[in-house]
Structure formats: structure tokens, C-alpha cells
Write a protein that binds this ligand. Structure first.
Ligand SMILES: [Fe+2]
Length: 564
């Protein structure tokens, strides 16, 4: 990967742009007045080019100098989404009085952060029916580089954000480096966001719980919009989003706790619409948010949606399978492992399977909102039990930590892993959120089969903010006891669970080259307003190995040997 932003200086002056409207640079003063906005329009129009590419209404606007626009501001900052070789979606929201209808904005893309070397621009409208938010697709960009963008409206100029374009699909690329994160609470210090913004990254992947709604009080579109606005007003979050493109997927916090496909339709639609209004992801005709993008030949990145098509979770009692080996009544066997139960839905599963099978990229990285790897509290499928199984033995039986994860869809998970194994698809890596704990897991279709080789990996990040802080788990706080619980998890998820960390919050970084993938867990003391993230653990996967090597662990645990 070429590192930003030095390579911009190598750009040819005649680069193709979105629309060929290069003209005099528009003044970039902060706090520009309405007159500056009009002057900006005039400057672009003065080249005579803007008018030729705009529809009549916008053309009239561009020529006008006396239209009375409402004063605007940009309360959520700016965002650029999903890097593609030639395009990106840029996003903002403006304030306007009810009844305004629509507000014109000038958007500009430049080579420099001072917005002097403009290469593309035009007029867009923020419409009241969209909550005065907008997602604009900037096209015609050159691959594998950084651009800067800005919105200008009457009486206000937005922050300058950065756009990243990706290397073209299947073309040689030497590196991709991104962060993945999830779960942010209001009222917390956004120190993890600040640290992430200082990292050298191509983008950051937000895997959901970007907002948490109040389950009883967030029902209508207006309720959801209000919730988004409180979360998006955070200046550290806005600074991160201006600096780095975001690749976003929702979890349940954006709808309500434990959301699935059978929720109240009107509420699901309100949450979905508010998400599209708040994130730089344009709503498509098929209303699918799962998607793939590529980073040259080094990686295909799949963002999967585990919520929209998800079967309701197995009732909690049924999830406790084979808890007592003396009483193997195994309630709910038809639940967690029942064939046909899905979190992806048939169409998305077929899409994912096809693209995993045909991908020519070195690494297949899956942005996955909730943990893929198995996570048992108690294990009732040990080698000893398997050697001499009770009559109603169920493979993989045990007490699972949560039935709000892939553990609740055991058959679908196994099917995916069998495909990966049987088709010899190397280098499939899930990067996941949701748990609020760091977990590192090797994956195989039957994870309790002694000696089964790993065929893929799951890395799960902790939460961005203290939610909760580790000291809240046990009262009074007892780190020794918590370490003991971690040890129990390692014992009961042996040997596939490689690492568990219930103490730290933060984010994670993936650094891939054709040869290897490195994952770093960047942990932070989230109750300290001045905290800076540090590396808590580092893992490596060598191309073709499908196994995880722990390079560094700042708090190594002596593993209790199984049966010990
Ligand atoms: Fe969460």
C-alpha cells in the first residue's frame, strides 16, 4: 500500500475527475459566510463548466446570487464510506428549519487538505425527507490514493475529510491496514477513537452498536434520528470520521436489543432508514447492506449482515445443552444446532459462499458483527465424553456463553466451515465485534473433534468504551478472580480458543500483505481521559497456514492443561 498522503504529490495535473469542473479554487476560510458559499458557486460556474454538467434547477442556482438560503451548520461532521477504486460515498447532515424542504450544498474534492487544488465538485441537495442528511457518490476518482473533501453551505463550511480509493480488484497491491471496532456508549471518554485517528490506516471498520437505543423509548423514525444525533455530536468521533473512511455495518444497538427478522416491521424500517441517513452507505434497490469490496489482489473484504434475515434466537433455557452430564435430557437440541436455522438468510449465504469460493484475493476478510467462533462456558463434549458418549450425545454440546452470536446457528456455521475446508479456501479471517471482550479463535467445522485442523480464524475486538469496565464485573473488583474466569474459558474452549481478555477495551488493527496477516489488539484505559492505546496482544497468520500464532501477549496466562 502506498502510504498517505505523500503520493498525492505525484499526481498528474490532468487526472480524470468526477466531473470536469476544475476551476478557480474556492476560498477555504473556516466559518465562511453565505456570501462565500455563493462566491464558491460562482467560482465554479465562472469556468463555464459547472453549468454545463448541472441539471437546469442547479444551473439556475449556480447562476443566482440573490437566493435566500437558510443558514446551515454541519452538526455531525463529515464521513466518507467504503473505498472503491474509482469512487466513494461522502456524507453529511445540515441543520435547517422544518418546512425548508431542501438545502443546497456545494461539495468539493481536492488533492490537498487546504482545498486549493480542486479536482471535482458540484451541487447536492440535503432534503428534509432525509432528515437533511445526504449521501453523495463521488465518482471518477483515481485508484489507490487519498483525496480531501468538504461541503459548503450557506453560512457554514464543513470540516475537511479524507477519501481513500482502493487499488483495483485483482491488481497487485502490497498491503492493507485497517482497524475494526464496535460498541460505543455515550457519556464515555472517546479515547480509543482518538488513538485510532492517530493510526496509519486505510479505513476503519465499525461493526455496530454505534448507537444504543433505549429499548422502550426509541420507536419512530424521529426517535431514531434523535438518538443518532446525540451519538454523532461527539467531537472525537467526528475527528476520527473526518480523518479515516468508515466501512460500516449495524449490529442490534441500531435497532433494539437482540433484533432479528421477526421484529415489528415499522420499527425495523425506522431503524434501518435512520442508519442509512446516518452512515455513508447508500440504500440500494434490493435493500441489501451486505457487500464486498476489494483491495487489489491482497484482500477481498466482505461485510455481512447477521441481523436482517436472522431467525429468532433459541430461548435461553434451550441454549443450555447438556449442562449436567448425569442428566443428558438435552433440552433444545433442535434449537442451536437445528439444520436450516440461519443468521445470514439463504440469499446472503449463497452470495457469501459463491464469492468466497471464487475469490482470487490472497485474504478473505469478513466484517462480522457478532463473534463467529464457539464460546462455551462449560464443555460437555470433551475427548473423554466423546470416547464414551452417553446415548443422547450431541456433538459440540455444552453451556454456551450467549445465544446471541453464531453459536446459536451451529448448523449454518458448520456448513460455511465445511465449504471452506472442502474447497480448500485458504486465509478466511473473520474480524468481529459485539462481545465487549477480546477473543481469538481458530475455526474448524467440528471444534470438539480432537486434532481437527484449523481452517479459518476469528478475531473479536473489545468495546470502544468502558461498557462495562472490568472492575464492575465482580464486587469488590477482584482481578485474580477475573483471571481465573478467563482461564476457565480457555480450558472449556480448548484448543480452538487461543486468547481471551475480559479486562480491556479498545479496538483492533489488521495489517495484511500477500505473505502474512498481523492482528494487533490495541487496548486502552478507557476511564482515563488522557489515555493512549497500547498493544495488548499481537497475532500472526502466515499465508496458507490457516492457523494463528501468538507473537505477543502483555498478560500471558498459564493455560491449565485439559483434564489438569
Ligand atoms: Fe455492544
Amino acid at each position: 500500500m502506498s502510504r498517505p498522503p505523500a503520493h498525492l504529490s505525484g499526481l498528474r495535473p490532468e487526472i480524470p475527475v468526477d466531473r470536469d469542473i476544475r476551476g478557480p479554487a474556492v476560498p477555504a476560510a473556516r466559518g465562511a459566510s453565505r456570501r462565500d458559499f455563493l462566491r464558491g458557486l460562482a467560482a465554479l460556474g465562472a469556468g463555464g463548466v459547472l453549468a454545463s454538467v448541472l441539471p437546469p434547477a442547479e444551473r439556475a442556482l449556480a447562476k443566482s446570487a440573490g437566493v435566500a438560503f437558510p443558514a446551515t451548520s454541519f452538526p455531525d461532521g463529515v464521513m466518507a464510506g467504503d473505498p472503491r477504486p474509482d469512487r466513494s460515498v461522502i456524507h453529511t447532515r445540515v441543520t435547517a428549519a422544518p418546512g425548508t424542504g431542501r438545502v443546497p450544498l456545494l461539495w468539493l474534492v481536492a488533492l490537498d487538505a487546504e482545498m486549493q487544488q480542486i479536482v471535482a465538485g458540484g451541487i447536492v441537495w440535503a432534503r428534509e425527507r432525509d432528515g437533511f442528511s445526504l449521501n453523495h457518490k463521488v465518482e471518477g476518482l483515481l485508484p489507490d490514493r487519498w483525496y480531501h473533501y468538504q461541503f459548503r453551505g450557506p453560512g457554514a463550511v464543513s470540516d475537511v475529510g479524507r477519501i481513500r480509493t482502493s487499488p483495483p480488484r485483482d491488481q497487485p497491491a502490497d498491503r492493507l491496514r485497517y482497524a475494526f471496532c464496535s460498541c460505543q456508549q455515550r457519556g464515555a471518554f472517546y479515547v480509543a477513537h482518538r488513538s485510532m485517528a492517530a493510526e496509519d490506516l486505510d479505513f476503519f471498520m465499525h461493526l455496530g452498536d454505534y448507537i444504543y437505543v433505549s429499548d422502550g423509548g426509541t420507536i419512530t423514525l424521529d426517535d431514531y434520528r434523535a438518538r443518532w444525533r446525540t451519538f454523532q455530536s461527539n467531537p472525537e468521533l467526528q475527528a476520527l470520521q473526518a480523518r479515516l473512511p468508515i466501512v460500516a455495518m449495524f449490529d442490534d444497538g441500531e435497532f433494539y436489543n437482540g433484533v432479528d427478522s421477526e421484529g415489528p416491521p415499522a420499527r425495523l424500517e425506522a431503524g434501518r432508514r435512520a442508519w442509512h441517513e446516518a452512515m455513508p452507505v447508500r440504500r440500494n434497490r434490493r435493500d441489501q447492506v451486505y457487500r464486498r469490496f476489494s483491495w487489489g489482489d491482497v484482500a477481498d473484504v466482505f461485510m455481512i449482515d447477521v441481523r436482517t434475515y436472522r431467525d429468532p434466537e433459541v430461548p435461553a433455557n434451550d441454549a443450555i445443552i447438556g449442562f449436567d452430564t448425569q442428566n443428558t435430557a438435552l433440552p433444545g437440541v433442535e434449537g442451536m444446532f437445528a439444520p436450516g436455522r440461519t443468521t445470514l438468510g439463504a440469499e446472503q449465504k449463497a452470495w457469501l459462499e459463491k464469492r468466497l469460493t471464487t475469490s482470487r484475493a490472497a485474504w478473505k476478510l469478513i466484517g462480522n458483527p457478532y463473534n463467529f467462533g464457539p464460546w462455551k462456558l462449560l464443555d460437555n463434549d470433551t475427548p473423554a465424553i466423546r470416547e464414551n458418549p452417553p446415548p443422547d450425545f450431541i456433538p459440540n454440546q455444552g453451556t454456551y456463553v450467549s445465544n446471541e452470536a453464531w453459536d446459536d446457528y451451529g448448523a449454518e456455521r458448520r456448513e460455511l466451515l465445511e465449504l471452506i475446508r472442502d474447497r480448500g479456501i485458504d486465509n478466511v479471517v473473520f474480524t468481529s465485534g459485539h462481545t465487549h471482550f477480546y477473543l481469538t479463535t481458530e475455526l474448524m467445522p467440528d471444534y470438539d473433534e480432537p486434532g481437527a485442523p484449523s481452517v479459518a480464524a476469528d478475531f473479536v475486538t473489545g468495546s470502544l468504551t468502558a461498557d462495562p469496565h472490568w472492575s464492575d464485573f465482580i464486587s469488590p473488583p477482584n482481578p485474580t478472580l477475573l483471571r481465573g474466569i478467563e482461564d476457565l474459558f480457555l480450558l472449556n474452549n480448548d484448543p480452538y480458543l487461543k486468547y481471551v481478555n475480559m479486562f480491556d477495551q479498545g479496538y483492533a488493527i489488521v495489517d495484511v500483505t500477500p505473505e502474512e496477516l498481523i492482528v494487533e489488539y490495541k487496548v486502552i484505559e478507557s476511564l482515563d481521559p488522557d489515555a493512549v492505546a497500547r498493544t495488548g496482544a499481537r497475532f500472526r497468520m502466515v499465508n496458507g497456514s490457516n492457523t494463528i500464532e501468538t507473537l505477543f501477549d502483555e498478560r500471558p496466562i498459564e493455560r491449565i492443561p485439559p483434564g489438569g
